[in-house]
Design a protein around this ligand. Structure first.
Ligand SMILES: *Cc1c(COP(=O)(O)O)cnc(C)c1O
Length: 360
């Protein structure tokens, strides 16, 4: 067996240790005589899996008791609709548009509420995060929406926007559990698991209890009402059991690695290796404003499409997979999530140096 360095933006690399453990338990989970995929979601064994997963993510993020943690399906994209449906009171929200995902979220919300796009970085192909210190946020906005880490463009909010007292809603799909955060600054934190914390099929929503409407609007499908999911402990219907089990293992792995402070230090170290090289290279250039760089997704270009393609092909030959940039952007993108070992980033930079020399 040989494993490659996988720089996919998602579904993405998972900790090898987690995969090995899951493989060991595939046929017989802890003496139950069956695997987790075959197990009733109403069984004691599965209840323990989901309870532990919740306890561990609460521990890692320091989630206060007045926040619910929901394990859902439908992907982050499903939340683009669920959020406005559940959070609308005045029927208006402010969206900050910093890339494709925020753009899609705003367009979807518009089906249900009035959307005010209070800032955007569309003018420079989303290569920066707009100044969000003094935005013109409507008084009666139900919430302010951000995509905290822009997976496609490689930017990240290093300071949260000044919401002027409004509820902050953040899509953290591609920076989930990559650093410590202050949960109380947010009303809703959510993301798909397949970028940084598990397999595709699980969406985690962390929501302050008072934002869950107790009188559910009849127009909201049962499955999309946060109340349904919160009241049932994410077990209203069959949840994505196996995915939740793997997420739980990833949470334990992060704890073993030293928690989010240690994870963040490691992520900074990894990103620095790559960005330092991009800054000194004559051939490869980063595509976003330095202050707003993501630690998770690093896009770069040579400025020559043919050379980009040659690089991606030769990198693949050498065991560096999925370095092609997003289809809407071109160039290259290295996603260096939690589970990408530092050796993978070091090896990539060595390969880039060699490529630069050979193709100068
Ligand atoms: C991948 C991604 C999405 C879409 O996730 P799905 O689970 O495929 O719906 C949304 N937001 C961000 C930031 C993403 O990276």
């Amino acid at each position: 067996m040989s494993r490659v360095y996988n720089f996919s933006a998602g579904p993405a690399v998972l900790p090898e240790e987690v995969l090995r453990e899951a493989a060991d338990e595939m046929l017989d989970y802890k003496g139950t005589g069956m695997g987790v995929m075959e197990m009733s979601h109403r069984s004691a064994a599965f209840q323990q899996i989901i309870d532990e997963a919740e306890a561990d993510i609460r521990d890692l993020y320091g989630i206060p008791d007045n926040y619910k943690v929901l394990f859902l399906q439908g992907g982050a994209s499903q939340q683009f609709a669920a959020i406005p449906m559940n959070l609308r009171k005045n029927g208006k929200a402010a969206y900050i548009v910093t890339g494709q995902w925020a753009k899609k979220a705003a367009a979807e919300a518009e089906k249900f509420i009035e959307v005010d796009r209070v800032a955007s970085s569309d003018d420079k192909t989303f290569s920066y995060i707009p100044d969000c210190s003094d935005l013109d946020i409507p008084e009666d906005a139900d919430y302010v929406y951000i995509c905290e880490n822009n997976t496609i463009y490689g930017t990240k909010y290093h300071t949260l926007p000044n919401t002027k007292g409004h509820t902050l809603v953040a899509d953290v799909s591609s920076c989930f559990l990559s650093e410590p955060i202050d949960v109380e600054k947010y009303g809703v934190i959510y993301g798909g698991a397949q970028k940084n914390i598990g397999p595709a099929g699980v969406t985690i929503v962390i929501i302050r209890e008072d934002l869950i409407p107790q009188e559910v609007d009849k127009s909201i499908p049962t499955m999309l009402a946060y109340k349904t999911q919160a009241d049932a402990g994410s077990l209203y219907n069959t949840p994505p059991c196996y995915g939740i089990y793997i997420c739980g293992k990833v949470f334990k792995w992060i704890k073993k690695m030293g928690g989010l402070t240690a994870m963040n230090e490691l992520n900074e170290k990894k990103a620095k290796i790559l960005y330092d090289y991009l800054d000194e290279s004559e051939m490869f250039k980063g595509t976003v404003v330095k202050e707003d760089r993501s630690l998770m997704n690093v896009p770069f270009v040579t400025g020559d499409e043919e050379l980009d393609a040659k690089f991606v092909a030769e990198a693949k030959e050498a065991g560096f997979e999925n370095l092609k940039g997003h289809r809407t952007v071109g160039g290259m993108r290295a996603s260096i999530y939690n589970a990408m070992p530092i050796e993978g980033v070091e090896a990539l930079v060595e390969f880039m140096k060699k490529f630069e020399k050979e193709n100068a």
